[in-house]
Design a binder for this molecule. Sequence first.
Ligand code: SAM
Length: 230
Amino acid sequence: MIFHVLTIFPEFFEGPFAHGVVKRAADSGIVSIRIHNLRDWTHDRHRTVDDRPFGGGEGMVLKPEPVFEAVEAIWPERGEGRKALLLSAQGRRFDQAMANRLAKERELLLLCGRYEGVDERVAAHLADDEISIGNYVLSGGELAAAVVVDSVARLIPGVLGNETSAAFDSFQESGHGEGLLDCPHWTRPAEFRGWKAPEVLLNGNHEEIRKFRREAAREKTAKLRPDLLG
Ligand code: SAM
């Protein structure tokens, strides 16, 4: 899978992709992450990417020309398996089901907004979808793009060492089932400050452990995210 990110702050991504699962996936060639500087598609001395909003008001808006030119240069042809996604507080809500769908694409191109946002013609005529990582406003699309890359990359076959571990993650329909939260986890020591790990997890009976985990996942979901129980 190839992830493209279009941003005015390419250096932002030196951090998020330099560790752990995503870095290993990139190093092994299972994913490729290509960061593109939006200013490379400007044609003036100041490399201008923004302008004032029509109608007046505060702030600046990212201009359409460099964004269109960048996407058309990165992908001279669009078509099957390629999705351009505009990160936007106004977008469709990103969730695990969307991450699963996106993990089946060949290439994703994530368009990061800044300032007051991006000229609306990008959402209307260039992006395949507009996606939000939650009901709050970030200062830019870069953090949101990093979230999307991380959560999609871990679902690509071969990225996680143990093929089943993504299946048991919270919100997955597989694993403990029905999109619940993951079960709680404990590790050594078996007793810490008087708090014991559940006995059943220590007894080696896989059927009992499986049942306990399923029930514990259900209880935790009921307590913290009853909305997921439908
Ligand atoms: N004026 C916009 C609004 O109220 O919807 C907010 C613009 S925000 C300051 C600048 C950029 O951050 C957006 O263009 C978008 O790319 C990104 N952004 C902000 N919140 C986001 C969210 N919840 N999910 C994804 N991207 C977000």
